[in-house]
Design a protein around this ligand. Structure first.
Ligand SMILES: Cc1ncc(COP(=O)(O)O)c(C=O)c1O
Length: 384
């Protein structure tokens, strides 16, 4: 049985209208819309209608988002940039790297396209990009990173949870390998934040990035970048903007004088409507508590993997709870047809490569797992 501590499972389902008629297992793609996130957009529009440009309040909301991200990561607000996407955060990081002495960027094969593409774009600046590819069982081990991280390496990228297979990297071990070689380490945690209890201190990484679209229950256009405090003085992003300046309202165009804290990785006008939504989504996650969500989700994932094994399905996601997150993948012979067949039964999943992706979150319950297992049993011919 999944453990139900905090506000998870049945206790929160009424807040998400889609759950009344749909088995929603696609939080790895987009979190379900709640009443409170919808109301947050209304609040933004009402304020705009009532008061016109509420810039002082809107900038304060951006700072509230910075503080909320910091709490979720157990970081200090001064270590968090408010971004519009992971892309912005990663571009900011690489723009601050001096690639002359250290041209190597090491990336896991499980990086999201934006991370891989930004790394390869640095080849125009002399970078050399090395990929760390999975073992036959799909895992990528710290020692594989150790084999390619050297004294010429500037950055090591190890996404926390693979969006393709659900594998979870041993981020702390990989960060130690990077640091032993004098390199920095980035963990794109989009597929973890909100569903896994993260603590940047114990992960030991230099950068963590993610956003609100998935397990933080809001919509597109809001993200974060954590930058380890001790690094800030020496990291000067060339990708910048006026909201990254030490004094935004001075409107000074005579020099580059970035903020002393991680706000130096902010950029232009904050994405105000998305910030309203993001704050509402994050409040729900904080009420439940990420430790309670992780425990709940892990119980559901175990139930699901047990059922998939009974069906004789091929499950690339590891069975060990320490090596997976909220995403369980199952191999299909025709994943497009399988997603459509499930959709016809109002079971929403997604696909990557030839894997059906089944994502579990605080609002999922045992019955959701049983329902998809029952449907997959009937569509057994589409499982590899
Ligand atoms: C692991 C991961 N990183 C990044 C992204 C998105 O990046 P961006 O915010 O730049 O669109 C996603 C999903 O869309 C993701 O799953």
């Amino acid at each position: 049985m999944a453990v139900e501590t905090g506000r998870v499972g049945a206790a929160v389902r009424g807040e998400f209208p889609i759950l009344a008629h749909t088995t929603y297992l696609s939080s790895c793609s987009q979190g379900a819309l709640s009443h409170r996130v919808r109301a947050a957009y209304e609040e933004y529009l009402d304020g705009w209608d009532e008061h016109g440009a509420e810039w002082a309040h809107w900038v304060e909301r951006a700072e509230a988002a910075r503080a909320a991200f910091a709490r979720l990561l157990r970081a200090a607000p001064r270590e968090v940039a408010v971004t519009t996407s992971v892309t912005q955060g990663v571009s900011g990081i690489v723009s601050a790297l001096d690639l002359r002495e250290r041209p190597r960027i090491v990336i896991s094969e499980y990086e999201f396209p934006t991370v891989g593409q930004i790394a390869h774009a640095q080849e125009l600046r002399g970078a050399e990009v090395v990929h760390v590819r999975p073992q036959p069982d799909g895992s990528i081990l710290p020692e594989q990173f150790a084999a390619v991280v050297d004294g010429r390496t500037a950055l090591v990228c190890c996404t926390t949870v693979s969006y393709r297979t659900g594998h979870r990297h041993d981020v702390a071990a990989i960060a130690r390998i990077a640091h032993d070689a004098g390199a920095l380490c980035l963990a794109d945690s989009y597929q973890a934040v909100g569903a896994i209890d993260l603590d940047v201190g114990s992960l030991g990484v230099d950068f963590v990035t993610g956003g609100t679209v998935k397990y933080l229950l809001a919509s597109a256009g809001l993200g974060f970048l954590y930058v380890r405090g001790e690094l800030l003085a020496d990291l000067l992003p060339v990708q910048t903007g006026w909201f990254a300046d030490e004094d935004i309202f001075q409107m000074d165009i005579s020099d580059y004088s970035p903020a002393a804290d991680a706000r130096r990785f902010d950029a232009g006008t904050p994405p105000v409507p998305n910030i309203y939504a993001g704050l509402a989504g994050m409040a729900q996650i904080e009420e439940a508590g990420t430790a309670a969500i992780e425990e709940h989700v892990s119980g559901l994932a175990t139930r699901l993997i047990d059922g998939l094994e009974e069906l004789g399905a091929t499950v690339p996601t590891p069975r060990d709870p320490a090596r997976r997150g909220p995403l369980v993948c199952v191999r299909s012979t025709d994943v497009g047809a399988l997603v459509r067949a499930l959709g016809d039964e109002r079971i929403v999943c997604s696909e990557r490569d030839s894997n059906l992706r089944i994502a579990l979150h605080l609002y999922n319950v045992d019955e959701d797992v049983d329902r998809i297992l029952d449907a997959l049993g009937r569509h057994r011919a589409l499982l590899a």
